[in-house]
Each structure stands twice: as structure tokens, then as C-alpha cells.
Design a binder for this molecule. Structure first.
Ligand SMILES: [Zn+2]
Length: 340
């Protein structure tokens, strides 16, 4: 069994919003930097596999056909602006279906028992994409599609999604807002784009309690992020009893990222990854990680390498993070639903 499975697709390099927005931060160089770092020193025991593009049926697990068609047609017509941040060119549809397809390919392999952990180095990102709305650099919600695939195709009963991107994963939250079979937890900076994800939003209807939003202020450091993960998110995840863990892994909470103001360090992402790895290993369930944000190329590549080494088994999680000032409030909110 491999230490981990690594998926990417060359089409993910073909999406370049700079054609319409010259200073756009979501560039193909982000993936090239990751590939370069891994080419210099490959992850011991990890296996690289080819991803397949998502089919219409796979995209349709989350997105209505009219939404998929609208993006396909805009791309086919040469591209254009979807909103002030989200641009597509001729090849963006191909890139987005490759990104979603990688998440599907990975999920099948993990649920087949090929490995305990997987990573998709893909773009465009997905976690801002709502079922019928592309936004925030995201066209299709890669992680949400993977979660639905696990449930509907592979019979998973419960999927836990952790979103550690510095921005709130509004698209994933909306996809599963009223669902009790997907526990969605997001730690994100607030205030910050997209402005959603207050602590009090726990989901709705049958899904009440199955959304965990943990906003943190700008300037938040590793200690706060780790203590929220350790003391609030993971106990809930363990009580939920998932068959699969998916991670929307942005690396833009790093202190050197240009788009946000949190203060994680490169090693912080290894600590996040180790805690998730240890939780999943104890429950004997796989972890699939999908790239979201991260806009300082050098830092992104270093963080990905560090996180993947940790996921693959390197290093021990440091002892429990000290309690932080936000944890009691967060614990009280989440504690209404979960035994912490
Ligand atoms: Zn982000």
C-alpha cells in the first residue's frame, strides 16, 4: 500500500484568469511551484496517479445542468467574467472538469483501499462554488462533488469535510446546509471574503448541527487554529463517525500569503495535517485532501510538501495546543450539538 496517492492533471495548468484580469493571483505557476518542489524531493512512498476529467454525471452530483452548461458555453465562446474575481478562458472548462475529476478519481481509489491518504494538486479551486453559482475563483465544487460521489456511488453513510482554507468555504456549506450525512467544518478568517460563515450558522433543517463555522480574527496564529481543530472540530468529527474525511486544503492562512492576514507558518500545516491523519487513522478511514487557495508560490509549495509528508506518516503531532480565548465560545456553540 502506498503512503499516499498524488493526483494532478495537465489541463489544470490551462486555466489562466490573467488573460482577463492581469494581476489575478490564481495562476498556473501555483501548481508549477508545487510540482517543482516535489520534483526536487519526491514524497517517500507516495504514488503519482493520473486523474480523469469529471463527467457531466459527476458534475451533476452537485451542480444543476444549466449551471454546468452556462460555464461550458462561456468558455467555448472564448471566456469572460463571471464576477469581479472569477474569470474563465477557452480552456477553463477543461481545467475545472479535470480538477473535479481528480477529486472523484482520488475518492474512488481511497474507498477501494488503495491508500489511506490522497492529495489532488488541482485548480481552479472549488470551495466557493455553490451548486448554481461560480464565484471566488471557483467554478465547480471539487470537494462537494467528491463527497456526493462517496455517498451516492460508493455507499458511504457519512462524510466529514474539513475546510482549512483561510476563506470560508461557502459553496461547500451551501451544498450540504440541510444534510445530516455530511459534517462540514470550516476555520476561516473573519472579516474576509466571502463574508459568510458566522459561528452561529450551524446549518438548517435536518442539517442543523452538521455545519461548524469557526471564524477567527485577522492575525490569528497557529495556537488558535490548532486548538480549534483539536478541541472543537475533531471531537465532533469523531462523534459523527464518518466513513471518509475530505479536506479543502488552502494554504492562504500562512503569514506570507498576500490575500489574508492570519499568521500560520509552514510547519503549522503539518500540525493540522497530523491531527487529521491521527483522527482518521484511529477510525481506520481514509483522508482525501484537495488543494484550494495559497497564493505565495514558494510558501504554497513548501506548505504542500510539509502537509503531505505529515499526512503520509512523518512526525508526531505536538502535545495539545493551549486553550485559546475563542475556544470557549466556539466550544459552547458546537457543544450544543456534539459531545466535546
Ligand atoms: Zn482561500
Amino acid at each position: 500500500m502506498s503512503a499516499g496517492l498524488y493526483f494532478s492533471h495537465p489541463a489544470c495548468l490551462e486555466h489562466d484568469p490573467r488573460v482577463l484580469s492581469p494581476a489575478h493571483p490564481d495562476t498556473p505557476e501555483r501548481l508549477l511551484a508545487i510540482e517543482r518542489a516535489l520534483a526536487e524531493r519526491w514524497l517517500p512512498g507516495w504514488e503519482r496517479r493520473a486523474a480523469e476529467a469529471a463527467t457531466e454525471a459527476e458534475l451533476g452530483l452537485v451542480h444543476p445542468a444549466h449551471h454546468v452548461r452556462a460555464i461550458a458555453e462561456l468558455c467555448a465562446a472564448g471566456g469572460g467574467a463571471i464576477d469581479a474575481d472569477t474569470f474563465v478562458g477557452e480552456s477553463s472548462f477543461r481545467a475545472a472538469t479535470a480538477a473535479a475529476g481528480a477529486a472523484c478519481t482520488m475518492t474512488r481509489a481511497l474507498l477501494d483501499g488503495d491508500a489511506a491518504v490522497g492529495f489532488c494538486a488541482v485548480r481552479p479551486s472549488g470551495h466557493h462554488a455553490e451548486p448554481d453559482r461560480a464565484m471566488g475563483f471557483c467554478l465547480f465544487n471539487n470537494v462537494a462533488i467528491a463527497a456526493e460521489l462517496a455517498i451516492r456511488e460508493r455507499g458511504a453513510e457519512r462524510v466529514f469535510i474539513l475546510d482549512w482554507d483561510v476563506h470560508h468555504g461557502n459553496g461547500t456549506a451551501e451544498a450540504f446546509r440541510t444534510r445530516a450525512d455530511v459534517l462540514f467544518a470550516s476555520i476561516h478568517q473573519s472579516p474576509l471574503y466571502p463574508g459568510t460563515g458566522p459561528l452561529e450558522d450551524a446549518g438548517s433543517g435536518e442539517g442543523e448541527g452538521f455545519t461548524i463555522n469557526l471564524p477567527v480574527p485577522p492575525g490569528s496564529e497557529e495556537q488558535l487554529w490548532l486548538s480549534l481543530l483539536e478541541r472543537v472540530v475533531l471531537p465532533a468529527a469523531v462523534a459523527f463517525g464518518p466513513d471518509l474525511v475530505l479536506v479543502s486544503a488552502g494554504f492562504d492562512a500562512h503569514v506570507e500569503d498576500p490575500l489574508a492576514g492570519c499568521r500560520l507558518r509552514t510547519g503549522s500545516f503539518a500540525e493540522l495535517a497530523r491531527r487529521v491523519r491521527d483522527m482518521a487513522a484511529a477510525a481506520a478511514i481514509p483522508v482525501g485532501v484537495v488543494l484550494e487557495g495559497g497564493y505565495n508560490h514558494r510558501v504554497l509549495a513548501e506548505c504542500v510538501r510539509c502537509a503531505l509528508a505529515a499526512l503520509g506518516g512523518e512526525g508526531e503531532a505536538r502535545p495539545a495546543a493551549p486553550e485559546s480565548r475563542l475556544t470557549p465560545r466556539a466550544a459552547a456553540q458546537v457543544g450544543r450539538y456534539w459531545p466535546l
